[in-house]
Each structure stands twice: as structure tokens, then as C-alpha cells.
Write a protein that binds this ligand. Structure first.
Ligand SMILES: Cc1cc2nc3c(=O)[nH]c(=O)nc-3n(C[C@H](O)[C@H](O)[C@H](O)COP(=O)(O)OP(=O)(O)OC[C@H]3O[C@@H](n4cnc5c(N)ncnc54)[C@H](O)[C@@H]3O)c2cc1C
Length: 424
């Protein structure tokens, strides 16, 4: 391919987005012999991938592909740990889903039955046993469901370690470089136009997280719902940082395996009262009651969910209040500790809660990760497999034209013409 003066570079595949999904996609493509450029509008892990507690939830995933992807994640992270070294605090110590009332325990009994039927390794544990797993268990917790297969990592460190390894293997990474559009010649994708010039490529992968909703003008319509998820982080509270991850009962918006049960009673698992009700509050408030410790012993508190449909990243006062007031209620003794981080990340999810990994209108998309820490590395590998013409057990279930992805307000069905794959 000829390189013109305003061409930044020429490559086999250009990946747009430097989050966990884009970085894994780029790395896996390079491992398969493709030349790769990755373009990020800010810097690696700038968005959702750098603003989360890094939990690989297995127990909460719906039976089927959601659960299979989360299970597969452990295998992929273990392989990355082999390649990158012990640099991103990956651990699989398990997770606790604690309850604070007898009503919650009764519903969780059905959850345990359902999980066991799905082959998930869960059991009820007493409060005393639960404290051994998580030293800062809230005093309000009566007992918990324990799953040995839940895990955690530091996703900012993971993406940065992968970015450094990617550069070493010859991937060109362009930071502070927003991609404006796909370049096409007739029906053929020939690269992307960025704010710094064009990148010529025979394959383009969009891995733009919540910004995937901006792909409409590209002729790519992937029906996704965006929202803003908030998180608070404290100064280190404990030296016993190697702990399990914790899910509480005050808001279970992301716990598909629980909320889909016929025995689920929403009132028993209501979000903190400070996020529902109040003047001018839209009805798009939700909460996912998560607590985790990072490697330094700092408490990560979450997760407020609001601003449906928006790409405004600024956390609201009400979302902040929900997380802080719940924490003070549970950890009054720690009220004098400092808050070192308060942020929101833009989140997106599909109607069937599964990512979309496919070729759409000549380009490729790897988007719609509601739980991208659990699914991102697996779909990064899958995207590279698709481009390389390799088979994967996950490819059919994550196609863009699957029936479960369609919504009533989707205007255009994704197009899927068959064209040449990028060559190495
Ligand atoms: C508070 C919070 C808690 C969470 N907790 C968990 C959890 O515990 N477990 C879990 O599995 N998931 C969790 N998630 C979800 C998880 O973080 C996301 O699913 C995952 O990070 C998505 O990765 P991504 O690479 O698709 O998107 P992002 O990380 O958002 O990356 C997309 C990148 O694309 C870039 N980009 C967009 N448009 C352009 C453009 N035009 N040009 C160039 N670059 C562009 C953006 O700058 C961004 O860096 C959480 C999310 C949040 C916000």
C-alpha cells in the first residue's frame, strides 16, 4: 500500500480503543503474526478499564454463555500472567455474597440451588467463616454465599503491562489520537482517519466501549445501553489485603443469576434509599453493592449506576452520597479515613448482556461488555481468532445478528457482508 504524506502508518489491522478489550485484541492479533496499530483518544485504561475494582464474578453470571465466558477468563488471565509476570495482582481467592436479613437469605437459598445446578461451586457460610475470608466484613452481614471461583485483578496495571508488552512486540500505540471515521474505498475498508492523519489498514477493529454508540454514522448499529458507574476508594484500611471480593444485598443490578430467578423479590434487595426517591430523580437509578480491597488494603466501594444513555463521565452528587452513606452505616469506625479516589466510568451493555464480537459492514466490532473484566480478555482472543480464520466455541453466540440482541427501537439491523479477511 502506498503511504501518502498525511498517512500516520500502514498496518494489517488497526484497533480503535485502548481499554482492556482493545489492548487484548491488539496483543492477540500480534501473537498471530499481524502487524497492528492501536489508537486511543487519551491513554491506555483511560476509561472504564481503569476505573473499576477488577472483579471476575463467576457466581453471579447467568447460566449459559455469560457463565462460560467468566470461567474462561481465569484461563486467559493465567496465561497472561505467565507472559507478563506477576504484575497485575491477579488472584482467585473467591467471592462472598452476604445477606443482612432473613428474607434475603431465603431468596439466596434459591440462588444457591440454581448455581449448584449450573455447576458453580457455591455454599452458605456463617458470619464467622465469612470474616475469615474478608476481614472487613460489614457488621450488618449475617452470613454469606461463598464461591471459590470468583477472582480479582488490578485492571489498570493489567492494561498498562499489556501495553508495554505490546510495544515490545512491535505494536504501534498512538495515544491522544481520536479516530474520526473509517476510510472506505467502495465496499472495502482501507483504514481509519484520525485527528493526526490516516492509518491505512486492511482490517479495522472498533473496541470503543461505551463510545460504540457513536458508530451509527459508520453504518454500524449495535444496540447498546450506556450508563455511568461510580466508585469510591479509601486510604488503606487493613494490612490483610489478600481477601475475597464481596457482594452485598443493597442493589443487585448486575447480578443476572439472582434477578432472573422466579423467587427473586426486588424489595428485599433494594438499592440504598439515597439513590431512589428525591426531587428530580430520574427512574434510571440503580446500584450494585460491591466491596473489594486492592493490593494496598484500600477499600473499593461501589457501584452507583445512573445517567442512562449519556456519555457524560462526571459522577453526580447523589451517586456519591449513596456510596458514602452506605459505607458510613457499615463502617462508622472508619469514618475518619481519607477518600483517595471518586470516579465514574462509562459503561455499556447489550440487551442480552453479552458482548458483540463480529464483522459488521466490512469492519470488526468488539463491544458491549457489561462485565468486561470477566469477558474482555476472552473476546480479545476471540476477535483475533475470527480475523485469523481460527474457530472458537464462542463465535456463534456473540454474532451481531443474533436474535437476542435486537431491540424494538433498533433502526438498522447490522449488515454482515462476506469480504476478505485482513492479510498478514
Ligand atoms: C465503576 C465500574 C465498576 C466496574 N466493575 C466491574 C467488575 O468488577 N467486573 C467486570 O467484569 N466489569 C466491571 N466493570 C465493567 C468494565 O470495566 C468494562 O466492561 C470494561 O472496562 C470495558 O472495556 P472496554 O475496553 O470495552 O471499554 P473502555 O475501557 O471504555 O475502553 C474503550 C476505549 O476506547 C477509547 N475510544 C473511544 N472512542 C474512541 C475514538 N473515536 N478514538 C480513539 N479512542 C476511542 C476510549 O477512550 C476508551 O479508552 C465496571 C465498570 C465501572 C465503570
Amino acid at each position: 500500500m502506498m503511504q501518502s504524506s498525511d498517512t500516520l502508518t500502514t498496518t494489517d489491522v488497526v484497533v480503535v480503543g485502548g481499554g482492556i478489550v482493545g489492548m487484548c485484541t491488539a496483543f492477540e492479533l500480534r501473537q498471530r503474526g499481524f502487524s497492528v496499530a492501536l489508537v486511543e483518544q487519551r491513554f491506555p485504561a483511560f476509561a472504564a478499564s481503569g476505573r473499576n475494582p477488577g472483579i471476575i464474578w463467576v457466581q453471579t453470571q447467568r447460566t449459559g454463555l455469560e457463565l462460560q465466558l467468566a470461567r474462561a477468563a481465569h484461563e486467559v488471565y493465567a496465561a497472561y500472567q505467565e507472559q507478563l509476570g506477576d504484575t497485575f495482582d491477579y488472584r482467585c481467592l473467591g467471592g462472598l455474597f452476604f445477606y443482612e436479613t432473613d428474607e434475603q437469605q431465603q431468596v439466596l437459598q434459591h440462588y444457591v440451588d440454581d448455581r449448584c445446578a449450573a455447576g458453580v461451586n457455591v455454599e452458605f457460610v456463617s458470619r464467622r467463616q465469612a470474616v475469615k475470608h474478608f476481614p472487613l466484613l460489614p457488621s450488618t452481614a449475617l452470613g454469606a454465599v461463598y464461591c471459590a471461583d470468583d477472582g480479582q485483578l488490578d485492571t489498570q496495571r493489567f492494561v498498562r503491562a499489556l501495553s508495554a508488552a505490546a510495544t515490545r512486540t512491535g505494536i504501534e500505540i498512538y495515544e491522544n489520537t481520536a479516530v474520526l471515521s473509517t476510510i472506505r474505498r467502495g465496499d472495502t475498508v482501507t483504514g481509519v482517519r484520525t485527528v493526526r492523519g490516516d492509518i491505512a489498514a486492511s482490517g479495522v477493529v472498533w473496541a470503543t466501549g461505551a463510545w460504540a454508540n457513536n458508530l451509527g454514522p459508520e453504518g454500524i448499529t449495535v444496540p447498546l445501553q450506556t450508563s455511568r458507574m461510580g466508585q469510591v476508594i479509601t486510604q488503606p484500611l487493613t494490612k490483610q489485603a489478600k481477601a475475597v471480593v464481596l457482594h452485598g444485598p443493597r442493589g443487585v443490578a448486575q447480578v443476572g443469576a439472582l434477578v432472573d430467578l422466579p423467587q427473586y423479590v426486588a424489595e428485599h434487595f433494594a438499592a440504598p434509599s439515597s439513590v431512589v426517591g428525591g426531587a428530580g430523580v430520574a427512574d434510571d437509578w440503580a446500584y450494585d453493592d460491591i466491596l473489594a480491597l486492592n493490593a494496598d488494603g484500600a477499600l473499593l466501594i461501589g457501584t452507583s449506576i445512573d445517567a442512562t444513555g449519556s456519555l457524560n463521565p462526571h459522577i453526580s452528587i447523589r451517586a456519591t452520597n449513596a456510596m458514602v452513606s452506605t459505607t458510613l452505616e457499615r463502617y462508622g469506625d472508619y469514618g475518619h479515613f481519607g477518600v483517595t479516589g471518586l470516579w465514574a466510568g462509562l459503561h455499556s451493555d447489550s440487551l442480552d448482556h453479552l458482548p458483540v464480537v463480529d464483522r459488521v459492514d466490512g469492519a470488526y466490532v468488539n463491544v458491549g461488555h457489561g462485565a468486561g473484566i470477566a469477558t474482555g480478555p476472552v473476546t480479545g482472543r476471540l476477535m483475533a481468532q475470527l480475523i485469523a480464520g481460527e474457530s472458537s466455541e464462542f463465535s456463534d453466540g456473540l454474532r451481531a445478528d443474533r436474535a437476542t440482541l435486537a431491540t424494538a427501537n433498533t433502526t438498522a439491523a447490522p449488515k454482515k457482508p462476506s469480504r476478505q479477511r485482513p492479510s498478514r
